[in-house]
Design a protein around this ligand. Structure first.
Ligand SMILES: Cc1ncc(COP(=O)(O)O)c(C=O)c1O
Length: 369
């Protein structure tokens, strides 16, 4: 394994220091919650090793509203990132081939790379509304293909993949005996339309991943999960988890259960996101320098600088951060041109969002060449 730190981690707000950022438009989550604001009593919690698959009540809560899934299909992991790592290291060996959407959350690409896999990238492009070329995915399947890796809702674009097309990919994977990974980490940020079922519910050739980091404001409890109906693969992934950590933190699991049971919090969160999305939409509608494909879910959009404008992007990001205390996710976080930027609209307050967006306009204007 050859590990390399990723720009999105090196330059992340938590690594740069939250205190240096007044207008944080770099996050792909809503505002982090305070433990003291939860009405939860952990005094009687025994600090034992937890169930290796994850606390039973928590696993039940994760699939409570799902048809065709039960707690035996759930493996709780310390975050979606760890879940993705477990999936890659369980399924893939050096020389295996996989098909991955790009841009993507870096772990979906970097861990298979570190293992030594060969990768066919399917680029989702602005001109196609960030939907992949589905035939290109099918055509890319090779005899040594092990995995097709999809993300929906997608980071950094906020688009939802077309359901009928994902279903076709699943059918093809069943025929060829390969797996489909659906990274569904943003699934609870469905503020515009009803939540999609986990794709793992449809086939034992699908592995779904999600977590409490994005919509629940709790990335600090590092709690995510894998959902899969393939018993053999689940057993192997449990073995991987046991070798990494044995079981999750029981404290984290207790908080996770509390958050999943508190559905009113999610309703309030969606209200906040809808309000902020309206602010972003009207800013984009009046934007001179940027164009976008509006996101359908999640709390990020991925606008780009219009071709007509020559912008010194190094200067732009420097001014934005150093002078205006504002951060967005630069395109290179996703191996894209820095003319693209990920704008996170779920984390800031309404006032912070308005000022942060205004700062983007000013910094763009001052970086024209
Ligand atoms: C698509 C995607 N998957 C997984 C993760 C990791 O989330 P977690 O905090 O649960 O590790 C992220 C975080 O940004 C993400 O964007």
């Amino acid at each position: 394994m050859h590990y390399k730190r990723m720009p999105i981690e090196v330059e992340s707000p938590e690594e740069m220091g939250y205190s240096s950022i007044r207008y944080n438009l770099a996050e792909s989550s809503v505002r982090d919650i305070r433990f003291g604001d939860l009405s939860i009593d952990l005094n009687n919690l025994v600090l034992c090793y937890g169930e290796h698959r994850g606390d039973s009540a928590l696993r039940e809560a994760i699939v409570r509203e799902e048809t065709g899934l039960d707690k035996t299909h759930v493996l709780v992991c310390p975050s979606a990132a760890t879940a993705l790592f477990i999936i890659s290291t369980t399924l893939l060996n050096a020389g295996d081939h996989l098909i991955v959407l790009r841009p993507n959350y870096a772990t979906n690409i970097e861990t298979p790379k570190a293992i030594g896999c060969s990768i066919t990238y399917i680029d989702v492009v602005f001109e196609q509304q960030f939907q992949p070329d589905w035939q290109q995915i099918l055509d890319a399947i090779q005899p040594n293909t092990k995995l097709i890796s999809l993300t929906t809702p997608h980071n950094p674009t906020g688009i939802i993949l077309e359901d009928a097309e994902v279903q076709k990919i699943i059918r093809a994977a069943e025929e060829k005996g390969i797996f489909v990974l659906t990274d569904e980490t943003y699934r609870y940020l469905d503020f515009q339309q009803p939540r999609c079922p986990y794709y793992a519910a449809f086939s034992d050739h699908v592995i779904s991943v999600a977590s409490l980091s994005k919509a629940h404001g709790a990335p600090g409890i590092r709690t995510g999960w894998i959902i899969c109906k393939n018993e053999l693969l689940m057993e192997q992934m449990l073995a991987a988890k046991e070798q990494i950590i044995i079981a999750n933190s029981v404290v984290d699991e207790a908080i996770a259960l509390h958050l999943l049971n508190d559905t009113s919090r999610l309703t309030e969160t969606h209200e906040h996101i809808r309000n902020n999305f309206a602010i972003l939409q009207s800013w984009m509608a009046a934007q001179e320098y940027l164009e976008w494909v509006a996101p359908s879910a999640g709390v990020v959009g991925f606008p780009r600088i219009k071709a007509a404008y020559n912008v010194d992007t190094d200067k732009f990001y420097r001014l934005l951060y150093e002078v205006y205390g504002t951060m967005t996710g630069a395109g290179h976080w996703f191996e894209q041109s820095d003319r693209y930027m990920r704008i996170g609209f779920g984390y800031p307050t309404q006032e912070e969002l308005k000022q942060g967006l205004e700062n983007i306009t000013i910094a763009l204007r001052q970086s024209l060449s």
